[in-house]
Design a protein around this ligand. Structure first.
Ligand SMILES: Cc1ncc(COP(=O)(O)O)c(C=O)c1O
Length: 471
């Protein structure tokens, strides 16, 4: 028997929704037997003084969700539905507190983060103009899913650009565009055997280190010397894949000299099982020197995987990065990812194509180079004047951050707590040390100081806060 309470004056729910909900509840509570015939639409409509249409819509919804079935010319019947285990009335438990996110508003904060780009100088109008071009000219491509490696046209543009700026030698076919360096590296590593040994720089990019660990690879941090990753340790550790940042070592800033580059390439050339992944994350920014050619451009044996990103030159929120695979890896990639749906937003990618093709990208980088150089010099000057002999700045004229060592008796934990109180976003080498070597060293602290976001006029205040944190 169906019991329905219909409120015709209800503002919230349509009549058909009330009928649907009432019958559904009766079925779930076993008040209507399995295979029991429901009243015809007309009978039910008469009984509750509602329109046949309302009953028809309610039966249609119950049918679509599988609560009832229909037999032609006989009517509607109740489906055989399993009962839920446990108490149905019980509300789902609240999300545990440790899983809740804190949404603190960073009002009054200043940032010396290395992870940002200066949005105040981003040419949004020009970007939107290029976006309009993309919408006008790529209707067909925008209405379908793209090639697993990203649109060919955009890969062509990127390959031309990195040939010019980084000396990277590749065909568009070798480029894989992705929504970030991490997802690309994840894809690359799924092409490797489980037994693959991986070497990473220490200190180094901890996000890649934790990604590789989470993928259960045998990953070893390899120490640096003055030229970058220590070649002797590489030879002893004998990894199959070596992750490095030769253009501007992250985070120390070392620019790898040609002698070490050749040593590493020669090491990789000795086996077809060895690859070097060159993470060229911020090489576009050099102050006072020309761009230094990539490691990939020196490689004669197709042992280098090159990765690049638009996170520093444009905005990290765009999530456009790419990797260049040597042919052998590309073949495995094609085989494994033929069914893959590309994860980037094609509209942004075609926009990027016009942004580069129109010369806007090059102009933007030139402008940003000048702008960042001004801020870099000012921040260094202010730090030097404030900390005098207590600071040792590694002045490498590249990238969007530099490395500095400060004398202090305070440990890293204390420094970070004080930075929180002073509202200064600050990162130290502790975060990038992959084997705890720097923790509690007691002889000062090493900081990774980014200058992309901080406004020129806020630099004195940021350094003042840093002084209060350290002293
Ligand atoms: C060392 C290093 N590699 C790569 C990247 C770029 O990552 P993505 O392309 O995912 O933005 C960054 C960004 O901060 C980085 O610091």
């Amino acid at each position: 028997m169906i019991f329905l309470q219909i409120d015709k004056t209800s503002q919230g729910k349509y009549i058909y929704q009330q009928i649907y909900a009432g019958i559904k509840e009766s079925i779930l509570q076993g008040k209507i037997e399995v295979d029991e015939k429901l009243p015809s639409k007309r009978v039910l409509a008469d009984r509750f003084q509602v329109s046949i249409n309302s009953v028809s819509n309610a039966y249609g919804q119950l049918l679509a969700e599988g609560y009832i079935y229909t037999i032609e010319r006989k009517g509607y019947f109740v489906e055989n539905i399993n009962q839920f285990i446990g108490q149905q009335e019980k509300a789902p438990p609240d999300l545990p507190n440790d899983l809740r996110e804190k949404h603190s508003i960073k009002e009054g904060w200043l940032s010396l983060s290395h992870m940002t780009a200066d949005i105040s100088k981003f040419p949004f109008k020009k970007w939107l103009k290029c976006q309009n071009e993309a919408i006008k000219n790529h209707q067909e491509e925008l209405s379908e899913i793209t090639h697993p490696q990203g649109p060919y046209l955009v890969r062509e543009t990127i390959s031309r650009m990195i040939a010019l700026t980084r000396g990277v030698r590749c065909e568009p076919e070798q480029i894989i565009i992705g929504g970030g360096t991490q997802p690309l590296i994840r894809q690359l590593m799924t092409l490797q055997k489980e037994s693959t040994k991986v070497g990473v720089e220490n200190p180094g990019y901890s996000r890649i280190y934790s990604l590789l660990q989470s993928m259960k690879f045998n990953v070893s941090p390899i120490n640096l010397d003055k030229k970058g990753i220590d070649i002797n340790e590489v030879e002893v550790g004998d990894p199959n894949i070596l992750f490095i940042t030769p253009s501007h070592q992250f985070p120390t800033g070392i620019i790898m000299p040609i002698s070490r580059r050749i040593e590493l390439l020669n090491w990789a050339a000795l086996s077809n099982e060895r690859y070097i992944v060159e993470d060229d994350y911020d090489s576009e920014f050099k102050y006072g020197t020309d761009n230094i050619p990539s490691l990939q451009s020196l490689d004669r044996n197709q042992r280098v995987v090159y990765t690049g990103t638009f996170s520093k030159t444009l905005l990290p929120s765009l999530r456009i990065s790419y990797m260049v695979l040597p042919p052998e890896l590309l073949r495995t990639y094609r085989h494994q990812y033929s069914n893959y749906i590309h994860g980037s937003n094609s509209l942004s990618l075609f926009t990027l194509h016009y942004f580069i093709e129109s010369g806007e990208y090059e102009r933007h980088i030139k402008r940003m180079n000048l702008h960042y150089e001004t801020k870099r010099k000012l921040l260094m000057k202010q730090l030097q004047e404030t900390f005098k002999d207590d600071i040792d700045i590694k002045d490498v004229p590249a990238g969007l951050h530099f490395f500095a060592h400060l004398k202090t008796n305070r440990g890293y934990e204390e420094i970070h707590e004080r930075a929180e109180k002073e509202k200064l976003e600050l990162y130290s080498i502790e975060r990038f040390t992959l084997n705890n070597k720097y923790k509690g060293a007691g002889n000062g602290i090493s900081l990774v100081l980014g200058f992309a976001t901080i406004k020129v006029e806020d630099i004195p205040e940021a350094v003042g806060r840093l002084r209060r944190i350290i002293k």
